[in-house]
Every structure is written in structure tokens, then in C-alpha cells.
Design a protein around this ligand. Structure first.
Ligand SMILES: [Zn+2]
Length: 462
């Protein structure tokens, strides 16, 4: 067994990188953290209405609401365990390159640290747990396991057991290893504390899996013909958040920020005309508007534009509308399309939502009441809605430095989201970002003991 040896450092003041011996002798019961990971964050009940101001715009009364208790900024200690189980020279070289991992997780450029700080406005930070990055040997199950199968659980055990030997406390654990036959390019507990990656994960993959840890599922969209909410049909993913395969060039969407209580919203329940600021802008104004219909359905409306280092891949500012049922923000779907000039018609709730203007500095949205007799004409008054949306599919403008992946596939054609139960919590493999890793990782021919890809086809370009 090798003794610990520093093989590099990430900052001038604290070494992050070290080779540490792995001891398989401290296996812990697999169920020990079962209960701790079981519950989803409760959101709705935690919210209380506090009128900051009540303004009348047209006939719409609005209030600004935010979490009942001001959310203290959360700092998560992240341990990244690089398991040295590469089968090929390339895999071994990547797994012996903690410098890459240090950069993409904690670096001063495009990294998890900078991305999450900007997206949450400082409300969630990741810092190294101990030295932050650990290189360890695989446990016997991972080392000797059948290579035609995915051994994510053995990798997790390897990492957790190793961290137990260090005595270092952690709040989040990233397991980096030769994923072999695992049919994914990333994996995350939803919600939870553990994520899994191949040796060189992209930032898109990382913020996607960390989103799963926050409890976010993949974000779908529905195409609503003619803008009619009565004519919506599922149409892949939103392309508007890393959870909808928008990559790291986009922040999380307003509904995800609301789920995590990272943003206040303007709440309205009567028709009116509303002004929006870009979702990631600072300096006041409404960044998320929620309109409650009086029934279980509400609409959350946002303006997306590149600001403050977030949403950098958005080239055309645009309004997005989400349909939320019963306050379940994380399971909202995006209504498509909503270019400026378009109208969404909800005859059931007797309203229309008109996107009157949308620029990089602001948008104006009018919510108007309609009578039953007007509904049909309103519905047909938006012939442009079936054309290409202003801010359309993920593949259209998903470039995002430095993950110049050009990877976003047509997610509508992607296979169903694979969900694996690890006994107590869903683990969700990433889809949208998958090819981000493939360019550097899966794109190369697989050799050695690896066999054919698993049952989920998105893990290979072919
Ligand atoms: Zn995913």
C-alpha cells in the first residue's frame, strides 16, 4: 500500500490533492443513511406571504413573497473521490489527473463553485471537504466485478468507506470513476448527497447532477398548438435549465429556484400587466411572477437573458411560462412556445397570457380575463404560435464555454429517463448533457474489459 503523497495543489494555501491509501476494512452498514435521505424538501408549507408592497397595475394586485424564514446561505463541504479503477491507459491517465477535477469543481473559471454561486446569488456554496479531492483504490467488488454490469453502488461504497477512514465530514460526495458499462454519463441521488461521474465530467453534467441532489427531476416542455392550453402535448425537455439539457450555459429555471427557495416571487391572482426583469438580474424588480388561477394550476413566468455571468448561452432574450400544479414547482412543465407577441389561452381558467415585449432588460406580460364567448377567437388569434419559437429547442443555441460540446441532442428522441432505486432514493441518470462527456470520454473507442453499452442507448453516439 502506498503512503499518502501530495501530487499537486489547487490553491496556494491548502493542498487539495493527495493520494490516499484505501482501506476496505471499514465497511459500514448499507442502510445507515437511509432515513436521512428519505424526505423531499417541503416547499409549499414553508412559504408565507409577506406583503412588501401592494401595487395595482391595471386591475392586478400583486405582492412579493419569499420564504417565511430568510434562508441562510448554505455552504456544502464537497468531497470528490477519484477511484483508480481505469481499465485503459486513457482512463488511468484521466483518473490520475485531479487537476482537471479541481478546475471544474472548484476553479476560478467556469466551475461548480462559480456557477452555483452566481445562480443562487450566493445562497449555496461548495467548498472542499478536507483536502477536497481524494484518489483512492477501488474496493474488491468494484475491482473484480463483472464488467458487463454497472457498479455504481460499489463505487459509492468505496468512496463513502474511504471518507469514513479520513474522519473528514462532508455534505456532498462526488464519485469519479471508470464507469465501465454504466449506461449513463452522470448519476445523482434525487434528492440526496451523492453524485457519480466518469473521469472527466463536463460542468454541464456536474450542475445537472447537483440539481438532482436538490430534488429536481428533468424538466419537460409541452408544445401547445395555437397557444391553447387545451392543446398541449409533451415535447421533450425544456432546454432552459441544465435539468432540461440546456447545459451549464443556463442557470436553473425560476420554478427550480422556487423549489429550493432561492428566489422571491411576485404573486398575483388577478389579471393585470406585469413587468419582469431577467431571472438572474440584480437590483430589484420582479424576477419570477406567479399567477394563481384559483384552481390547482398556477403559472410561473420568467424572462431569460444573459446577465451576470449566468444564462450565457441565451442569445435571444425571451419569456418562459411554466405550468405548475398544486405548488409543485419542481415538476412544472414549460409551455412552448412563448415568443414576444404570442398569447397563451387558458379557457378553463378564463385567462390569456400575452407576451407583449421581451428584451434583455425587461419584459411586459399581460394577463387578461376572457369570457366564455371570447375563448375561441382568442385561441385562434395567435397563428404565429406554431412557428419556431423565439427561444426554441435545446439544440439551437446551447453553446456554452468552456463546455463547447455542441452536444445537445434532440432530447425528444432520447430514451426515457432511467431511474434506479438504490433502496431508498431515486438515482437519476443524466441524459441531456450525456454527449458532453462523450466527446472527451465516451467518444473514444472503448477497449479492454468493457463490453457493449448497457440497455440505455444514449450513452453512445451510435
Ligand atoms: Zn438527469
Amino acid at each position: 500500500m502506498r503512503l499518502g503523497a501530495h501530487c499537486g495543489s489547487f490553491t496556494a494555501v491548502r493542498p487539495l490533492l493527495a493520494v490516499r491509501p484505501f482501506s476496505a476494512a471499514r465497511r459500514r452498514p448499507a442502510v445507515r443513511s437511509l432515513l436521512a435521505l428519505r424526505s423531499f424538501p417541503a416547499v409549499g408549507p414553508l412559504l408565507a406571504v409577506r406583503p412588501l408592497f401592494a401595487a395595482l397595475l391595471a386591475v392586478g394586485a400583486i405582492v412579493v413573497v419569499w420564504p417565511a424564514e430568510a434562508e441562510a446561505a448554505v455552504t456544502k463541504r464537497l468531497a470528490i473521490v477519484m477511484i483508480q479503477n481505469g481499465d485503459t491507459d486513457g482512463e488511468r491517465a484521466q483518473l490520475a489527473d485531479p487537476g482537471y477535477i479541481a478546475g471544474v469543481f472548484f476553479g476560478p473559471g467556469n466551475s461548480l463553485r462559480t456557477w452555483m454561486g452566481a445562480v443562487t446569488h450566493g445562497q449555496l456554496s461548495y467548498v472542499p471537504a478536507g483536502i477536497g479531492i481524494y484518489q483512492v483504490q477501488p474496493n474488491d467488488e468494484l475491482r473484480n466485478g463483472d464488467r458487463s454490469r454497472c457498479h455504481a453502488d460499489a463505487a459509492k461504497d468505496t468512496a463513502e468507506d474511504f471518507m469514513a477512514t479520513t474522519g473528514v465530514s462532508w455534505d456532498a460526495l462526488a464519485v469519479v470513476f471508470d464507469t465501465g458499462s454504466c449506461p449513463w454519463a452522470g448519476l445523482g441521488q434525487m434528492p440526496g448527497r451523492v453524485t457519480w461521474y466518469p473521469p472527466r465530467p463536463s460542468l454541464s453534467a456536474i450542475v445537472h447532477e447537483m440539481g438532482h441532489n436538490q430534488g429536481y427531476p428533468h424538466q419537460p416542455k409541452k408544445d401547445c398548438a395555437g397557444g391553447s392550453m387545451a392543446a398541449c402535448r409533451p415535447s421533450g425537455y425544456s432546454g432552459n435549465t441544465p435539468m432540461g439539457s440546456g447545459g451549464a450555459g443556463r442557470g436553473y429555471s425560476s420554478v427550480e429556484l422556487l423549489h429550493s427557495q432561492w428566489i422571491e416571487r411576485t404573486l398575483a391572482s388577478k389579471p393585470g400587466t406585469f413587468s419582469l426583469k431577467p431571472l438572474y438580474s440584480t437590483g430589484g424588480g420582479t424576477r419570477a411572477l406567479e399567477y394563481r388561477t384559483g384552481g390547482p394550476l398556477s403559472y410561473v413566468i420568467e424572462l431569460r437573458a444573459a446577465v451576470s455571468g449566468v444564462d450565457s448561452s441565451i442569445r435571444t432574450p425571451g419569456v418562459r411560462v411554466y405550468a405548475v400544479t398544486g405548488g409543485d414547482y419542481k415538476n412544472a412543465y414549460m409551455v412552448n412556445p412563448t415568443p414576444a407577441g404570442s398569447t397563451i389561452t387558458d379557457t378553463a381558467n378564463k385567462i390569456t397570457i400575452k407576451v407583449k415585449s421581451a428584451t434583455s432588460s425587461g419584459a411586459t406580460v399581460a394577463i387578461e380575463a376572457i369570457g366564455a364567448g371570447q375563448a375561441s377567437s382568442k385561441t385562434s388569434a395567435n397563428p404565429a404560435a406554431s412557428s419556431t419559437p423565439e427561444e426554441p429547442t435545446p439544440s439551437a443555441d446551447a453553446g456554452e464555454p468552456p463546455d463547447e460540446d455542441d452536444f445537445l441532442p434532440n432530447l425528444a428522441d432520447a430514451p426515457q429517463v432511467p431511474k434506479r432505486s438504490f433502496g431508498w432514493v431515486y438515482v437519476v441518470a443524466g441524459i441531456g448533457f450525456a454527449l458532453a462527456s462523450f466527446g472527451m470520454w465516451y467518444g473514444k473507442p472503448r477497449k479492454g474489459r468493457h463490453r457493449a453499452p448497457g440497455p440505455v442507448g444514449f450513452s453512445r453516439r451510435s
